[in-house]
Write a protein that binds this ligand. Structure first.
Ligand code: HEC
Ligand code: HEC
Length: 457
C-alpha cells in the first residue's frame, strides 16, 4: 500500500510542479480515494455546519446527524459500520440513510418542505460516501483496533430521545393546553365556533370584531393541537423589549400564554375607554381575568411550557430528569366546601384521588387523579380533575373514573412553595387531611362532585 500511495503522491507532485497549479492535483486525488474526498467535501460540511441537521424536524433535542460523524473519515466509517448503521453489502439499505429519510414520512407537509433541501443534501452526501466506502476493499477490511473504539450516535437514552420528540410534545400539548381551550372561548377559538348553532351567533360576531381590531393573532387555538403548538412556538421566536414571548423558554412563568389570561383588563382612561393592553410586566389582557394563577389550567399550561423549554434547552440527559407527563384532562369537577377558615383566600390546594385497593379497607399507593385550586372567599376549592395515566402516554390513554369508593388526600400550600415552583406537587409537610367518599364522577361544572372539608381526618 505504501508504495502505491508513494507513487500516487509522486505523480501528483510531479503534475503539480509541472503545471504549478492545484487544478490538476484535485482530479488525481479524486480518482485515487473517492471515499476520503467525498467525506471531506460533503460530510465534513454537515459536521461543521452551525445549522441543525434535518433531524430537528422531529427531534427537538438529543439527536443530530452531527453525532454520527467523527473527525476522521476511517473512524466514522468503522463506527457506523460496527453500530449496524452502514450495510457494506447493500449500501443503499444502510440504516443511517433510513434515519435521514424519516423526514419524508412526516404528516406535517410544511415541516417536510422546510427541511427538504437540508435532508436531500444529507442523503445524497451520505449515500455517495457510503457507496464509495463499501467499494473500498481496504476500508471494508479495517477493524476498530487501536484502544477504545470510537462511538457514534446519540449520547442520551432511548427514553430521553423519545421524550424530546416533537410528536410527544404535541401529544402533551393536547392534554395540557389544548384541553383547556374552552376557557378562552370564543375570543381565541375560531374552530369551536359553529355557524349552524344559533347559540353561537353572538360569539361569532364577538370573535370577528376582535380579529378586526387585534388581528389574526387572536386565533391562538388553530384547527389542530399540532398547528396551534407550531404557531405558538413560531411566534415566540420574535423577541422585543416591549413584548414578552408567548412561550418564554428562558423564564416559562413569564410567557404571555399564561400571563395574559391571569391578568386583568388595562386601566381605564378618563374618557372611559381602555389604555392599550400591556405585553410586558405588569401585563394586562383585553379579555380580562380568565384563569387564576395556580388553578388547574394554569398548572397544566405551565407544566407544558416548562417541559418544552427544558427540551429545547437540551436539559434532559438522563431518565430521572424526565417529568412524568401523564396528565389527561377531564371535565369532572371536584369541589371542596367549608375549607378551614385559617387557610387564607387564594391559598392553593392540591387534591389527590386514590382508588380502593383489592384488599379490603386499603387504598392504592399511587393516586389516580389530581387537581389544584385556590381557596375562594366563600371557602370553596374547585378543580377539574386530571387523570394520571401510565407514564409518558404509553397505552392506557383513556383511563376511567368509575363511580365508587375513593380517598381524597388534601394538601395546602401554606408556605408559598408554588410561587417559586408552580408545577411542583406539594410534599408531606403540606398535608392537611383526607376524606373517604362515595363518588359519582359526573361530567361538567354543574354536576360537580361536592364534599365538605369538615369531614377531613
Ligand atoms: C419525520 C420525523 C423524524 C425525523 C425527520 C427523524 N426521526 Fe428519528 N425518530 C422518529 C420517530 C417517530 C422515532 C421512533 C421510531 C420508532 O419507535 O419506531 C424515531 C426514532 C429515532 C431514534 C431512536 C432509536 C431508533 O433507531 O429507533 C434515533 C436514534 C433517531 N430517530 C435518529 C434520527 C436521526 C439521526 C435523524 C436525522 C437524520 C432522525 N431521527 C430524523 C421520527 C423522526
Ligand atoms: C373575552 C375574550 C377573551 C377571552 C375569553 C380570552 N382572551 Fe386572551 N385576548 C383577548 C383580547 C381582546 C386580546 C388582544 C389584546 C391583548 O393582547 O390583551 C387577547 C390577547 C391574548 C394573548 C396575546 C396574544 C398575542 O399574540 O399578542 C394571549 C396569549 C391570550 N390572550 C391568552 C388567553 C388565554 C390563554 C385565554 C384562555 C385561558 C384567553 N386569552 C381568554 C380576549 C380574550
Amino acid at each position: 500500500m505504501d508504495s502505491i500511495v508513494c507513487l500516487r503522491l509522486k505523480f501528483a507532485t510531479a503534475l503539480f510542479l509541472l503545471t504549478g497549479s492545484l487544478f490538476f492535483f484535485c482530479p488525481v486525488a479524486d480518482a485515487a480515494d473517492p471515499a476520503l474526498d467525498l467525506f471531506e467535501q460533503r460530510i465534513m460540511p454537515i459536521f461543521k455546519s452551525p445549522k441543525p441537521s434535518s433531524c430537528v424536524q422531529c427531534h427537538l433535542a438529543s439527536v443530530d446527524l452531527k453525532d454520527y460523524i467523527l473527525p476522521s473519515h476511517e473512524q466514522t466509517f468503522i463506527a457506523l459500520r460496527d453500530e449496524g448503521l452502514i450495510d457494506i453489502d447493500n449500501p443503499d439499505q444502510s440504516k443511517i440513510l433510513k434515519l435521514i429519510e424519516m423526514g419524508t414520512k412526516d404528516p406535517d407537509k410544511h415541516a417536510k418542505l422546510i427541511h427538504r433541501r437540508t435532508r436531500d443534501a444529507e442523503l445524497a452526501a451520505f449515500a455517495a460516501w457510503i457507496k464509495a466506502c463499501s467499494a473500498d476493499e481496504q476500508l471494508r477490511a479495517m477493524s476498530a483496533t487501536s484502544g477504545v473504539a470510537a462511538r457514534v450516535g446519540p449520547t442520551t437514552t432511548d427514553r430521553v430521545i423519545r421524550h424530546t420528540r416533537k410528536d410527544r410534545l404535541v401529544d402533551s400539548f393536547e392534554r395540557n393546553v389544548w384541553s383547556q381551550r374552552m376557557r378562552c372561548f370564543p375570543c381565541h377559538t375560531p374552530n369551536e365556533l359553529d355557524p349552524s348553532k344559533p347559540m353561537h351567533a353572538k360569539p361569532i360576531q364577538r370573535h370577528r370584531e376582535l380579529v378586526e381590531k387585534f388581528g389574526k393573532r387572536m386565533d391562538i387555538f388553530r384547527e389542530t393541537p399540532a398547528e396551534s403548538m407550531k404557531a405558538l412556538i413560531n411566534s415566540s421566536r420574535r423577541h422585543s423589549d416591549d413584548h414578552l414571548p408567548l412561550i418564554n423558554i428562558d423564564s416559562p412563568a413569564e410567557s404571555l400564554l399564561v400571563l395574559k389570561p391571569t391578568n386583568k383588563l388595562p386601566k381605564k382612561k378618563s374618557d372611559g375607554t381602555f389604555e392599550p393592553p400591556s405585553y410586558k410586566l405588569p401585563v394586562s389582557h383585553m379579555g380580562g381575568l380568565k384563569m387564576h394563577k395556580d388553578d388547574h389550567s394554569y398548572k397544566s399550561f405551565l407544566a407544558w411550557i416548562e417541559d418544552y423549554a427544558r427540551t429545547v434547552r437540551e436539559e434532559y440527559t438522563s431518565d430521572d430528569q424526565l417529568p412524568l407527563d401523564n396528565w389527561l384532562a377531564t371535565d369532572i369537577v371536584l369541589r371542596l366546601t367549608n375549607v378551614p377558615e385559617q387557610l387564607e383566600n387564594l391559598t392553593p390546594l392540591q387534591l389527590f384521588v386514590y382508588r380502593a385497593a383489592d384488599k379490603r379497607d386499603t387504598w392504592q399507593t399511587e393516586p389516580i387523579a389530581f387537581t389544584q385550586g385556590l381557596v375562594t372567599p366563600r371557602k370553596i376549592v374547585n378543580g377539574s380533575l386530571f387523570l394520571l395515566t401510565q407514564p409518558n402516554g404509553s397505552g392506557n390513554k383513556e383511563p376511567k373514573l368509575a363511580p365508587g369508593r375513593y380517598l381524597i388526600k388534601v394538601y395546602a400550600d401554606k408556605t408559598g412553595r408554588l410561587k417559586n415552583d408552580p408545577t411542583a406537587m406539594l410534599p408531606e409537610d403540606d398535608y392537611l387531611g383526607e376524606l373517604e367518599l362515595q363518588a359519582r364522577w359526573r361530567h361538567g361544572f354543574k354536576q360537580a362532585e361536592i364534599h365538605s372539608a369538615t369531614q377531613l381526618k
